[in-house]
Design a protein around this ligand. Sequence first.
Ligand code: ACM
Length: 376
Amino acid sequence: LLIDPARHFIPVAEVKRFIDVMALHKFNRLQMHLTDDTGWRVEIKKYPELTRIGSRMDWTQMQLESPSSAQARHSGFYSQQDIRELVRYAARRHIIIVPEIEMPGHIGAALASYPELSLNPQKLSALPPEQRWKAHEWILAPRPQSIAFMSAVLIEIMDLFPGPWIHIGGDEANCRAWTHSEELQTQMRELGLKNEAELHSWFIRQMDGFLTQHGRRMIGWDEILQGGLASGAIVMSWRGMEGGIAAAQAGHDVIMTPASHTYFDYYQGPVASEPKAWGTVLPWEKVLEFEPIPDDLRAAQARHVLGGQGQLWGELISTTRHREYMAWPRSAALAEVLWSPQTENRLESFRARLIEHLKRFDTAKINYRPLSADTQ
Ligand code: ACM
């Protein structure tokens, strides 16, 4: 499963509780989306401004969507000691934490903290930090100094997270902004790159090479396929299954995370009667229809599908109760899909077991969306 403390910080005790409930369902990987435009949530000793400035953004998507919910400023970050504690806590429950440090897009908190990473450092550093949040181009300038900066960040991240995988995001990058930069157009010409997609791919390959040198595997969202995929990279296929299928056919490992079946920030019932969410309606019954290894893949290619993952993006989720409501029972249905073979009567069989399972949630005081919500 993925949790998103970048959008709304999740205190250590609540992450531990989430890990406990994951372990009950045999989930074994927790992706933590630690950085984004809305906040930088992990202490980096070499670059203290990342958390001094970057963890204190005075804006969230929730505030944008619903100004009335604009309570106190959302802030917070994990110290390195907090991270080590979480990694140990998860490991004792057979869960490996996969950190996600977003680049080159979704990086606004870092740009506000260190304007030299941005396309227009002078413009940004002339502003007081609280005014930099919306004044940047929503993308890193992939000059050599920025690559050195992000590499130094990843050195500390690798020290904190001993697992084999480091996620670098790579999605939804505003590469168009690079088009208007004379500096980057020159860099592209010097590197023999034809367009911004190739520059994105070049940048991702630099980070992949760096992580590979250090014995880790890079994971990125399926946008890292465009412009040529770095050789050892693992693809997370979120814009449908197509990216994952193409990557597996090309011999790359993939993790299936299609929004259609695994985005648990989407509605799970009628829009009018549910807490505000994104997207279309994705009830647990539809999660049960998820097929992580599509028929299009031959046996040799199917081996490249490492698994699947459910996403709890946090723009609209600011409390543990709400996170649990969005996670369960959909994540239980996902565990069923990922750990058991497809059967004729999966829906009926799972529903019967789910009714019993929800009693465990009641006893453990874990929040969830009741089955009866549809008939009320
Ligand atoms: C994503 O939802 N942008 C990976």
